[in-house]
Write a new protein. Structure first.
Length: 630
């Protein structure tokens, strides 16, 4: 977020306000569970937040209806931060410490997070210590800006304060074009990020063209072994759940959440702020020093639109995105709630005109506010050069029917058929972006997710932390044309530029191999962990005389594992093949943006070789886990 946030002084909910909270309420299940006591504490904390936030003076009746989803998202964010600290402490893969959550399934709106997330940005929040973290970066054209910010704070429950900020452009590449970055509290030779006094490293990989390959990152700890299987103990799970219950109210009151909510919702309705810069001293969350931004607070009737007139800045990246009043990102995969400098139309008069509305106005630069009766929008500029224009952005409310009368004559019109095609392409490109960052961190995140859901219970877990909605099955993705690339469009693009199509296929071959291979590797490691847990449970069952109960439990667990391997929309083997289909389709649709070069083969081979090494390390870790049990 880019607005100055006030200190988080949270009003207490008076008795009258408590009676006005939404009808929905979390209730303790009462089910017998090893973790039930701490689960009930999380539920109580979430209910407390609903009561507290319902008393905020800026909370509208509509905003209060969003609180059930907000407390789930807040709990999930706390779980994420706790897992990040656990991964760091135990040598688990820190590539798992990524937003958007790595267990989201394709072709459905992902579980989003809080604090005004930018759909263009792949975020990493890595816990830091005294050791040296080594980050290898393979740059690519889709990335507009890549930055590193060291911060005090862990997010559990306090917010963050930025200490030092770096940009990839400041660093020196290796001979092969990659970058090696060293993050440590003491000076390191080469490209150094100073982490002295920092507890968290925030990395922002801001992407422009979603349909092109972007920079990818690999995380290692210097002088540490490779991949470690993330086996969680009962004590670790219980400790994380207890931390969440304890930290939820404090996180809700922090500058990370309440501070930003108060700052933006206290703006006048349908108002846009001047363009301001952020510094290390700016409170309000994990801010990027040197970034420029502006905030919008809108309240619109169903037949109204808000036209934003924003001056063009000379910047490597710019974008706008919509959030609800609690700073949860609006749907961005299946709806056009965000636009960046490569997607938006720039007027010939030096301004960009955005149209915020719940209905399609039939013009370019539409930002779909969906069901939001009120909400927020955040504009960001990164890598700004030159001076910032003195002219301030403006906001104007008009009837949707009259939108075109208030826009420049050169503003393109968009037909319903064109919009539908754009949205289908947007969905495929959104997950093309996500799939590029699937690596050993994706394996780690999903193995941890499996264990947490099994410990808490799938239904209870979803009630606490939320779940994706309307997720299509693997079969539905296969059989529904709208959920995959348009075959004729793909062939037309390839035939129009055969050389570009060849380059697109070569450059995206490593991604397709990862798409297919990672679910298979995950399947093997899931079975390894199932076997290991079964051996331990059988031993306990024999010693305690409860062998029959253990056998029944392990049979049920086997069914769950097999269902994940063959049917899960996010991680099954079939989903991996469909991901490869979609990603190669996206690549071929952008054939005109590729140039065939001899280096394409060398680059693809280097990526495949690196992935082969990582895959071998992961499979070896699973085998070592089984050997250790013996």
């Amino acid at each position: 977020m880019v607005l100055m946030a006030s200190p988080a002084v949270v009003p207490q909910a008076p008795a009258a306000a408590k009676a006005a909270v939404p009808a929905w309420a979390l209730t303790a299940s009462g089910a017998a569970s090893h973790y039930q006591s701490v689960i009930d504490q999380i539920i109580a904390a979430q209910q407390q937040i609903i009561e507290t936030n319902s008393a905020y003076p800026f909370a509208t009746d509509f905003d209060k209806t969003l609180l059930p989803g907000y407390v789930q998202g807040s709990a999930l964010m706390q779980l994420y931060f706790n897992l990040g600290q656990l991964n760091h402490a135990n040598g688990f893969d820190q590539a798992a410490d990524k937003f958007v959550y790595l267990w989201n399934a394709p072709a459905a709106e992902p579980l989003n997070f809080l604090n005004d997330p930018n759909p263009d940005t792949q975020y990493y929040f890595n816990s830091l210590g005294d050791e040296t973290q080594v980050i290898t970066i393979r740059p690519n054209s889709g990335t507009e800006d890549l930055s590193f910010t060291t911060m005090s704070g862990t997010g559990t429950p306090t917010g963050f304060t930025s200490l030092h900020a770096y940009d990839l452009s400041q660093f020196t590449p290796n001979a092969d074009g990659t970058y090696t970055i060293y993050v440590s509290p003491t000076e390191h030779a080469g490209n150094w990020v100073n982490s002295a006094g920092a507890e968290t490293l925030a990395i922002r990989n801001s992407i422009g063209d979603w349909g092109m390959p972007h920079a990818t990152l690999k995380f290692e700890l210097e002088n540490q072994p490779g991949f470690t299987l993330p086996v969680l103990s009962d004590e670790q799970i219980s400790s994380m759940l207890s931390n969440i219950a304890t930290d939820l109210p404090g996180a809700n009151a922090s500058s990370l959440l309440f501070g930003v909510q108060q700052a933006t919702n206290s703006l006048p309705p349908n108002y846009i702020t001047p363009i301001l810069g952020t510094t290390e001293a700016t409170p309000g969350g994990p801010l990027l020093p040197g970034q420029f931004g502006s905030g919008v607070h809108f309240e619109l009737q169903p037949d109204q639109a808000l036209i934003l007139k924003v001056p063009v800045l000379d910047a490597s990246y710019s974008g706008i995105s919509i959030d609800d009043a609690w700073t949860t990102g609006a749907p961005a995969a299946l709806a056009q709630s965000s636009l960046n400098n490569t997607q938006a139309f720039h007027g010939s008069d030096g301004f960009v005109y955005y149209v915020v509305s719940s209905k399609d106005p039939g013009v370019a630069n539409w930002l779909d506010s969906g069901d939001l009766r009120d909400g927020l929008a955040v504009l960001r500029w990164q890598g700004v050069t030159g001076t910032v224009p003195t002219v301030a952005p403006t906001a104007q409310v008009v009837d949707i029917a009259d939108v075109r009368e208030h826009l420049p004559a050169d503003m393109p019109l968009v037909t319903p058929a064109e919009r539908a095609a754009d949205l289908q392409e947007r969905m495929l490109e959104y997950f093309y972006v996500q799939h590029q960052d699937h690596d050993s961190g994706w394996i780690t995140a999903n193995l941890e997710y499996d264990q947490l859901k099994a410990a808490v219970g799938p239904e209870q877990f979803d009630a606490l932390f939320g779940a994706q909605q309307d997720v299509p099955s693997v079969l539905e993705r296969l059989m529904t044309p709208a959920l995959g690339p348009d075959t004729m469009s793909v062939f037309s693009s390839a035939l129009a530029d055969p050389a570009g199509a060849a380059s697109a296929l070569i450059n995206n071959l490593p991604l397709a191999v990862k798409d297919i291979s990672l679910p298979m590797i995950l399947a093997v490691l899931r079975m390894d962990m199932f076997v290991g847990q079964t051996v331990q449970e059988l031993s306990n069952g024999i010693s305690t005389g409860h062998l029959g109960e253990v056998l029944a439990d392990r049979f049920s667990a086997l069914q769950t594992v097999l269902d994940l391997i063959f049917n899960d929309p996010a991680t099954s083997i079939g989903a991996g093949f469909l991901n490869a289909r979609d990603d190669l389709g996206v690549a071929l649709l952008h054939a005109g943006s590729y140039t065939l070069d001899a280096n394409d083969f060398a680059s693809a081979w280097a990526e495949l070789s690196a992935f082969n090494q990582t895959a071998s390390e992961m499979l070896a870790a699973g085998f070592a886990y089984l050997i250790d049990l013996g």
